[in-house]
Design a protein around this ligand. Structure first.
Ligand code: UD1
Length: 432
């Protein structure tokens, strides 16, 4: 188990390149399992969740070949099983996409229930209801967290989601791509990575219309030829994290290779607080003009184009460094303030009442040893430690590496003093 050691209090200055989107590439790797020929993915982020997902696909029989660090050729034509039951399945959330992909490929799928960050309950009932509507039925009992679905055949259906779900939207899109007839998803999620998965599938031969709106129509096709090269979109959450890191260190950072419109939910809020955000075609520069006082504000997380829940912990760090009292309202997950005690150990003044965090601005954080309670909470701890004079340690740092490519190198490139160290123990550490 390793930690990050950060000597903070230095303004970040310079340029950072944004990597490919974690949540897009995980859906797209699963999607590659249902096509009938090879494909090449470019701009694949070098992060541990991707390596786990590729290992899972390899264990199904797919051929995976790294062309270079960010380019992967995937050939699913030799897939020989519909069973994904290894322990790796439980190490990441996105393994649930193999249900939809394998159902589409062979009409059956056996999966160990997925893992991922702990934000309270993370059911997959919406996925299962939709698969049932498409003619899939459970085979046997769900024992030891392993579920088997079979469809003979998988048919298009009308699917209405009463909760907007990113995972269920992508999973149904995957299954419907090769189902007989048309599937209409109503109240679909609209996140950029939903559009990216649909674009990938369409490039491979699928017929998906309306991704990015709340109604998606998928006209099933029998064969997806593949044989295409596809580049993954930039990571909205990685970009947002570095925007916040630049801001809380009073820095001046330009982020490259991103899509500025994807950042609007954060950019608008940061402008409201007093930061200067300058957008180029694929860049964003973040800094604070001299003598501008950063004022607190209120955030509410909600599905895209609302403020992303995956930037909520980092945005709370931003609020800690502003003046006055601010509110963060978490609308997506029932328990996503688990990291607050860690920030409080750094001196943060935060009171949580159910799904609302009341944040009173402080002048500075205190250095401390804190834990990355989950991936994005860990990123928030990094932001806080970078803003703090003195040495802080963030234990459980492997959680951060699930979603941030080369974070140490990128932050050092803009002047941060950050290194990976072994053997730091946090009394409150509950990393497993
Ligand atoms: C994905 C992201 C995660 C992000 C979340 C919301 C991946 C791998 N993970 O997670 O980082 O925080 O979107 O943007 O892309 N729900 C149900 N039943 C279901 C499915 C979801 O009740 O079957 C509820 C959840 O409990 C939650 C809400 O719907 O309250 C949204 O969840 P969802 O969008 O499905 O999140 P994930 O796809 O798991």
């Amino acid at each position: 188990m390793y930690s990050y050691k950060i000597n903070g209090g230095k303004p970040l200055k310079g340029d950072i390149n944004i990597s490919g989107s974690k949540n897009a590439v995980l859906g797209i790797i699963a999607a590659a399992m249902l096509i009938d020929g090879p494909c090449v993915l470019e701009n694949v982020p070098d992060i541990s969740d991707v390596r786990i997902m590729l290992n899972l696909c390899e264990s199904l029989g797919a051929e995976i070949e790294y062309k270079d660090e960010h380019t992967v050729r995937i050939d699913p034509t030799k897939i020989k099983t519909h069973e994904a039951v290894s322990a790796d399945v439980s190490r990441i959330r996105a393994s649930y996409y193999l249900l939809g992909a394998l159902l589409a490929r062979s009409g059956k799928a056996t999966l160990r229930l997925p893992g991922g960050c702990d934000f309270g309950q993370r059911p997959i009932d919406l996925h299962l209801k939709a698969f049932r509507a498409m003619g899939a039925r459970s085979v046997g009992k769900t024992t030891n967290g392993i579920i088997t679905l079979k469809a003979d055949p998988l048919r298009g259906a009308k699917v209405f989601f009463d909760i907007v779900s990113v995972g269920a939207t992508i999973n149904v899109m995957l299954a419907a791509t090769k189902a007989e007839g048309t599937t209409i998803i109503t109240n679909a999620a609209k996140e950029p990575h939903i559009v990216d998965v649909a674009n990938f599938l369409n490039a491979m031969g699928a017929r998906i219309k309306g991704a990015g709106t709340d109604t998606i129509r998928i006209y099933g096709v029998p064969v997806l030829p593949g044989n295409f090269t596809y580049s993954i979109i930039p990571d909205q959450i990685e970009a947002g994290t570095y925007m916040i890191a630049a801001a809380v260190t009073d820095g001046d950072v330009t982020l490259h290779n991103l899509i500025p419109t994807h950042m609007e939910p954060l950019s608008a809020k940061m402008r409201e607080m007093g930061y200067t955000i300058i957008e180029g075609d694929d860049t964003i520069r973040v800094f604070k003009e001299e003598d501008v006082e950063i004022e607190g504000t209120n955030f509410k997380t909600s599905p895209y184009p609302g403020f992303p829940t995956d930037l909520q912990p980092q945005a709370v760090v931003l609020l800690c460094k502003s003046t006055g009292i601010s509110k963060m309202h978490e609308n997506v997950w029932e328990n996503r303030f688990q990291y607050v005690p860690e920030l409080q150990r750094m001196g943060a003044n935060i009171n949580c009442i159910e799904r609302v965090a009341l944040v009173t601005g402080i002048k500075h954080f205190d250095p401390a040893t804190v834990t990355a309670t989950d991936l994005r909470a860990g990123a928030a701890m990094v932001c806080a430690a970078l803003a703090t004079e003195g040495t802080s340690y963030i234990t459980g740092a492997s959680k951060i590496d699930r979603g941030y490519e080369h974070i140490i190198t990128k932050l050092r490139g803009v002047g941060a003093d950050i290194e990976r160290v072994e053997g730091i123990v946090n009394m409150n550490d509950y990393d497993t």
